[in-house]
Design a binder for this molecule. Structure first.
Ligand code: DGL
Length: 279
């Protein structure tokens, strides 16, 4: 039987919209509810316990909307909070790290892999572990991993500075060591980074595969819904709702280019910090 309940998606702010866009691409018939925790963003420089608390609160909000699945559309929250959310959620939870790692291992030919992300994501070592265990699973030995935090990519993406001299200079500064290491695959382990994909690709040069974790996660969402028999199956017109913990108008202005199409008006405001959660 079709399950027309929405898919819940959350991120620290707007980066997760790059994941939402991929979900819409592969599952155009599904309703979605997106929550951006803009008032408490960024998550990438916060402590583990804070990110877990915020993520649990965001989960509670989405559950209150009767979602059939929760997608953690943020690498930082996936790295810190996935295990906790998976244990406590009443619905399946999809994160972005494992699908991103799988896609990375499938893409590499010389085994030299670059990982770029926020300070939190890189410092947990979660991506490195995920890539190493996927490689092991696929019988690939001699993996070399090079990691780099690129914190300035997040404000550049939010400012809409995706393709200017400042973005190019910043990318050159961050990415030159990875290029010199001879990597052939670079995973964008932060949901903001796909906005800068053009500049990142130009900086890395020919022959480098860029992995978009959102694209990889969207395939997992599709597979899980279909395996569990929970797709909407085109029953009814899909609804696309948005909520933010900050000012809705500000959210809509920054979000529109992320989605590559106009945002529906009517973004709601909700502060998830009202939920009491135990860590
Ligand atoms: N979207 C977040 C991620 O994927 C980065 C932004 C933040 O630091 O909150 O990690």
């Amino acid at each position: 039987m079709a399950d027309t309940r929405p898919i819940g998606v959350f991120d620290s702010g707007i980066g997760g919209l790059t994941v939402l866009r991929e979900i819409w691409n592969v599952l155009p018939g599904e309703s979605t509810i997106y929550f951006g925790d803009n008032a408490r963003a960024p998550y990438g420089n916060k402590s583990r316990s804070t990110v877990i608390r915020y993520s649990l609160q965001n989960m509670k909000f989405l559950e209150s909307k009767d979602v059939k699945m929760i997608v953690i559309a943020c690498n930082t929250a996936s790295a810190y909070a996935y295990d906790t959310l998976k244990d406590r959620s009443g619905v399946p939870v999809v994160e972005v790290v494992t699908p991103g790692a799988e896609a990375t291992v499938r893409a590499t030919r010389n085994g030299k892999i670059g990982i770029i992300g926020t300070k939190a994501t890189i410092s947990t070592g979660v991506y490195r572990q995920a890539v190493e265990s996927c490689a092991l699973k696929h019988g690939i030995k001699n993996i070399e991993i090079y990691q780099k935090t690129c914190p300035l990519f997040v404000p550049l993406a939010e400012e809409g500075w995706w393709d200017n001299d400042i973005a190019r200079l910043t990318a050159k500064e961050y990415l030159t060591p990875l290029k010199e290491a001879g990597i052939d695959t670079l995973v964008m382990a932060c949901t903001h980074y796909p906005l800068l994909a053009k500049v990142i690709a130009e900086t890395m040069g020919e022959g480098i595969t860029l992995v978009n974790t959102g694209e990889a996660a969207a395939s997992v969402v599709r597979e899980m819904l279909s395996k569990d028999g929970k797709t909407a199956e085109g029953n009814g017109a899909p609804k696309r709702e948005f909520y933010t913990s900050d000012e809705p108008m500000m959210f809509e202005n920054v979000a529109a280019p992320f989605l590559g199409e106009g945002l529906p008006s009517g973004t709601g405001h909700f502060s998830t910090d009202r939920y009491e959660v135990e860590i």
